[in-house]
Design a protein around this ligand. Structure first.
Ligand code: AP5
Ligand code: MG
Length: 213
């Protein structure tokens, strides 16, 4: 099963992706995670990506298309299926993905579109904390780690600062509509209400995915 999860920054793509991967065994392909790993390793691509990400801008299409193309060509994909998270994010990326999938003889089965009220997103992103060891994402208020926890074991993303968040939202709102339209024409979009509890969002997603089988 080949899926794509879409939604504005903070919509809950990563949170739901972790649950989908656990339940359905597909490979999680998050361009944001790939860029952050490259940034942590200070690779050439990481240094380039950082110069865009820190400003809340998109990394250029040719770089992003290249890393996704490379990942989709790996052996595990045809066997497990995939869940793309945070890609495509421009209509040009959507066209590049169509071409890559067609060259690999793969097709998209479904697009999960998490719809959220943009006003709730600033609060979600400013309270997001990530476990340094496991990479798991939590929220100080909405989804705190279980029991007493040590704040030093968690970090906040650099691009979750309020000024950067605002730019990220503007960029993603501007770019998102044509992409969803593109997939609506193909009749594979499932709209999911993202302003509900994490488990309720997941239940809706599971219903949508199950209807594909
Ligand atoms: P990326 O890492 O993809 O970030 P994003 O799209 O801005 O989305 P986020 O990861 O911030 O949000 P999310 O939807 O995953 O939410 P989460 O589940 O964490 O991209 C980062 C940057 O990399 C981009 O700005 C760009 O520069 C670059 N980049 C990446 N892909 C690119 C591409 N294709 N092209 C060009 N550049 C690219 O949840 C957020 C918080 O809310 C958490 O604290 C969570 O616990 C909480 N939460 C989740 N669900 C709920 C809920 N239902 N109720 C209450 N709280 C919730
Ligand atoms: Mg994410």
């Amino acid at each position: 099963m080949n899926l794509l999860i879409m939604g504005l920054p903070g919509a809950g793509k990563g949170t739901q992706a972790a649950k989908i991967v656990e339940k359905f065994g597909v490979a999680h392909i998050s361009t944001g995670d790939m860029f952050r790993a490259a940034m942590a390793n200070k690779t050439e691509m990481g240094v380039l990506a950082k110069s865009f990400i820190d400003k809340g801008e998109l990394v250029p299409d040719e770089v992003t298309n290249g890393i996704v193309k490379e990942r989709l060509a790996q052996d595990d994909i045809a066997e497990k299926g995939f869940l793309l998270d945070g890609y495509p994010r421009t209509i040009e990326q959507a066209h590049a993905l169509d071409e890559t999938l067609s060259n690999l003889d793969l097709k998209l089965d479904g697009v999960i579109n998490i719809e959220v009220n943009p006003e709730s997103l600033i609060e979600r992103l400013s309270g997001r904390i990530i476990n340094r060891k496991t990479g798991e994402t939590f929220h100080k208020v909405f989804n705190p780690p279980v029991g007493d926890y040590n704040e030093d074991d968690f970090y906040q993303r650099e691009d979750d600062k309020p000024e950067t968040v605002k730019r990220r939202l503007d960029v993603n709102i501007a770019q998102g509509a044509p992409i969803i339209e593109h997939y609506r024409k193909a009749g594979i979009v499932f709209d999911v209400q993202g302003n509900q509890d994490i488990d309720d969002v997941f239940a809706d997603i599971v219903r949508a995915i199950s209807s594909l089988k």
